[in-house]
Structure formats: structure tokens, C-alpha cells
Design a binder for this molecule. Structure first.
Ligand code: SF4
Length: 333
């Protein structure tokens, strides 16, 4: 990869846990812990994990909607972990986000045109595009500008959120569970739109989802439409209990998963057995993350040392002539 667009090192975010009548701090919840990753320009990275795995918090950290409590984020080589409010405002032009439920976030009574043009207002600029132009960018008709957010369907709401995020021509957009309320045809069309935008604008996308089939829809278009030999295949990272457990090129992670958690997610969604049959219990609460490998309380392959040893990401060996861009955090890798 040439110079990365975003470089994240040791990124973490804790939240204070309060209790009692006086709301005293009684502990810390570790929502994201020790995350390292890089993202290139014009790249799609899918973030896969069950609800509670830390995906949303990671996305919000990446676009600086949340302050990290540990680690650093470099954007185009500059540390943006701690920036002034003024610098953060100009950073907003480059880092944007879309939400799982745009109607709730933006308000069902607000006109679509107002939602679309708000980024220009927030930057104190005149609008560089009108609402109709922004809607056309995401394959929607200009007539939607006259409606309210409560009058559009879920697919249109996701596209409006994307059009709004694109307004300031950002370099990175984080999309939080954009597929959650879309049917298969809508997912495929939305994935195709992201692929087209990737090529036409060079914007990078980080897309969170809890479903393997959503990741396949997202990256399969990438495999079809882009030159694999040029290294532009989409990447996937898998999160569990706030930590990355596997990351790599989509074909490597989805076809040859190395971490037992990734394997369980893929096995469950290929339809053979439900995840509850493959793994006991739920993702542990961020307030009580287990020591050692955080997955050891559910891992079918766990051994004694997994409860005390915290595995680091290690490269998966590939053929010498074509080393894999694929890592996993398990003592058996
Ligand atoms: S380190 Fe142990 S518990 Fe963690 S994934 Fe590997 S085998 Fe399972």
C-alpha cells in the first residue's frame, strides 16, 4: 500500500460506568481496545462482528466523532488524535459518517433538502451543490428534496444519508450498519453504488455490519468491478469484544478464515448451524471483558493458556511468491 490515508495505532475507547443515586463512577467499560489498522485511499474496509463487538464505537473514533482514550489516529500522516475544535471542524470536510437509522438521527419532520445541505451550513459556507445534484449522485430523483425524512423509505433514507456525507467531498466515509434494514436487492444496489463512488470519487469507505452475507454482497461487487492484480480488492476486519481478531483481503478472510470466531460466523451464516449452536453465550459485556484472549469464554478451541495470554495479530503464512495480506490474533496462528 502507498502512504495510508488513515493509520490507527493502539486505539482504544473506555466509557465511565456510573451507578447509584449520585451517579458515581464505579468502573470502566472497554468498548474498543488496542486496535491497529491502516486504510488506503479509494479502499473499502468491511468491519464485521456481532452486536456489542465495538464496531460502531470504532467507526465513530475513525471519523473523530468520539475522542479515543488510548492510541493514535493519523490522517494523511498527521496526528489527529487531539486537535483543536477549529481543526476538527476543517477535518469534518474529510471525514464523514452515515447512520443506521437516518430518520431518527436527522428527525422525521425535517425536509430532505435541509438535511442534505446542512454540512455546508455547518462549515459556514454557501452550498457548493444543490439538493437535487446531491440526490442524483446517489441515484435518487430530485423530487425527494421536497419530502420530509419521515416520508422516504429505508433505502432512500440510507442514500440520503450517503448523499449528505458526500456533500463536502470527503476522503473517508464511515457507514454504520447501512444494510441492516435493506432487503437483498437493495443491499446489492447500494453496494454497487459504493463501488461506483469508490472509483469515481476516490473516497474510502469503512462499512460496519453484523452479517457475513452483507460483507459478501459488499465486496463481491468489488471483486467483479476492480482489478485484483492492482491490489484494490476490498478488505475485511472482524471485531470481537472491542478487539480486532482478524483482518485481511476479503477473499482470504471469507474463504480461509484463520480465527475460530470468524470461522463460527461464516459457518453459522452459510446455514449449516445457528451461531448459538456453535458458540455458547453472548459477546461479553464491555464492563467485564475477560482477561487473556477475550474470546476464550466461548471459543471451541480454547486451552488453559488462552485465559491468561492475550494473542497479538500475527501474519498468516502464504506462498512465498504471493504473501497474504492476512492476520489473525490467536495463539494457534
Ligand atoms: S487464543 Fe485460544 S481462545 Fe483465543 S481464539 Fe485462539 S484458541 Fe480460541
Amino acid at each position: 500500500m502507498s502512504d495510508p490515508l488513515v493509520e490507527v495505532t493502539g486505539l482504544g475507547r473506555d466509557f465511565k460506568v456510573r451507578a447509584g443515586r449520585l451517579q458515581r463512577v464505579v468502573g470502566l467499560a472497554s468498548a474498543v481496545d488496542s486496535v491497529d489498522l491502516t486504510l488506503g485511499s479509494g479502499e473499502i474496509l468491511a468491519v464485521l462482528g456481532e452486536p456489542g463487538s465495538g464496531k460502531t464505537t470504532l467507526l465513530r473514533l475513525l471519523v473523530r466523532l468520539l475522542d479515543p482514550t488510548q492510541g493514535s489516529i493519523r490522517f494523511r500522516g498527521s496526528d489527529v488524535t487531539k486537535v483543536s475544535a477549529r481543526d476538527l471542524r476543517s477535518l469534518r470536510c474529510h471525514l464523514q459518517v452515515t447512520f443506521q437509522d437516518p430518520e431518527t438521527v436527522f428527525g422525521s419532520l425535517r425536509p430532505v433538502s435541509e438535511v442534505l445541505l446542512e454540512p455546508f451550513v455547518a462549515q459556514g459556507e454557501g452550498a457548493a451543490a444543490d439538493a437535487a445534484t446531491l440526490l442524483r449522485r446517489v441515484d435518487l430523483g430530485a423530487d425527494l428534496a421536497e419530502k420530509t425524512m419521515g416520508e422516504v423509505n429505508r433505502d432512500e433514507a440510507q442514500r440520503i444519508g450517503l448523499a449528505r456525507a458526500l456533500a463536502l467531498q470527503p476522503e473517508l466515509i464511515a457507514l454504520d450498519e447501512p444494510f441492516a434494514s435493506l432487503d437483498r436487492a437493495q443491499r446489492i444496489n447500494f453496494s454497487a453504488l459504493l463501488q461506483e463512488l469508490l472509483v469515481s470519487t476516490g473516497t474510502s469507505f469503512v462499512v460496519s455490519t453484523h452479517r457475513v452475507d452483507h460483507v459478501r454482497d459488499l465486496v463481491s461487487r468489488d471483486l467483479v468491478s476492480r482489478d485484483l492484480s492492482g491490489g484494490t480488492e476490498g478488505r475485511v476486519c472482524v471485531m470481537y469484544s472491542g478487539r480486532l481478531v482478524e483482518i485481511g483481503m476479503a477473499s482470504a478472510v471469507l474463504d480461509q478464515p484463520a480465527h475460530p470466531y470468524t470461522l463460527a460466523l461464516i459457518s453459522a451464516q452459510s446455514g449449516s448451524r445457528p451461531l448459538t449452536d456453535l458458540l455458547e453465550g453472548d459477546v461479553p459485556s464491555a464492563i467485564a471483558s475477560p482477561g487473556g484472549c477475550r474470546f476464550h469464554t466461548r471459543c471451541p478451541d480454547a486451552v488453559q493458556r488462552c485465559s491468561t495470554e492475550s494473542p497479538q495479530m500475527r501474519p498468516i503464512a502464504g506462498p512465498a511468491e504471493a504473501p497474504l495480506d492476512h492476520e489473525a490474533a490467536c495463539i494457534f496462528v
